[in-house]
Write a protein that binds this ligand. Sequence first.
Ligand SMILES: Cc1cc2nc3c(=O)[nH]c(=O)nc-3n(C[C@H](O)[C@H](O)[C@H](O)COP(=O)(O)O)c2cc1C
Length: 370
Amino acid sequence: MMLQCPRAGVRNRLAEGSFVRIKQQNNYPPDRDSLSGFFYFAKLSAMNFWQKLKKPIMAIAPMANVTDAAFRRMFAECGAPDVFWTEFVSVEGLLSRGRERLLPDLWFSENEHPIVAQIFGGKPEQFEEVGALIRELKFDGVDINMGCPDTGVEKSGGGAALINTPGVAKQIIRALKKGVGDMPVSVKTRIGYSKNEIAEWIPSLLEEGLAALTVHLRTRKEMSDVPAHWDLAPGIVEFRNRLAPQTILLGNGDIYTLSDAHARVKESGFDGVMIGRGIFGNPWFFSGRTPDVRERLMTMIKHTELFEEIYKSNLPKKEGALKNFDVMKKHFKAYVSGWDNAKELRVKLMETENASHVRNIIEKFLASSK
Ligand SMILES: Cc1cc2nc3c(=O)[nH]c(=O)nc-3n(C[C@H](O)[C@H](O)[C@H](O)COP(=O)(O)O)c2cc1C
């Protein structure tokens, strides 16, 4: 059964056709040979999409094992943000023999433009080559993660560890810029490592002429455990206005509704916001619609079937699964909440192993609650 998401104002770019044909229609995975000659150079010269966006800019946050192609495709249908982001991908991994396994994290469809690829790593010499790859994959922009607190990521010298090595962070930006040509380079970071370091860290990044800078308004030490420090936003805007007025500034942290998003932009002076946990289970976030339970559940089925189709999650790994079906379970939790008997349904969904199990359970639930 196909579910039509109703129109959601100007932001909504309704996808055409069947999800079942997604690969043929949208070139999964992107065909690099098709990018050649005049078209390639025409595309490069049409860059910096950031400057063309209407403000306030609303972006979906990069989130590992959340913002994959299936998840983003649901937003493209139900109410698209102004900018999509991929999950982050290791630069080191993209240069290794394991690259083939990472490339699915960089798949996207034509309905997800503008889309930014996020990468992480700590070795400047690896960024130029990866930048050239991102450019070939036809992304609209590339973003460097300088805020992830994961110990594995930090061990590589990347993520939040770069806040402690601003010289390396600069070299990374410069190397990436060489690799991507005209494609806009952005950074997503935090306000400091163990304490507020805005006064040194933010200018050091702004000096590099970034197309955009996203600031998650917490320190690395704070993880996501304290309320985001939105009171620090005006100071960041002041640095931007003085040092790099052309750099687009996005704020991030604790935005759970569209009206929160607009209020934060207004108070802060940022050009826009990036939303993370607030969009879980809610592909209608940017449309401002609140669908009923039936529509939520039917959309969840569609999301699950799309995930399975793209990542073959119904197969064992050695037979070609690209992502584990369990990735969907955090989405189930988010879609199935906010009504009386939701918990019972959630518990059943936690036991599922593929999309047809999910469809059976939901169809039975909806039939019994008529
Ligand atoms: C499950 C999960 C995965 C995340 N993965 C990434 C990532 O790959 N790259 C990144 O820059 N931030 C990542 N983040 C951080 C978010 O992008 C965002 O900065 C953080 O959740 C704060 O925003 P929020 O309060 O709106 O959720 C992740 C967060 C979550 C919850």
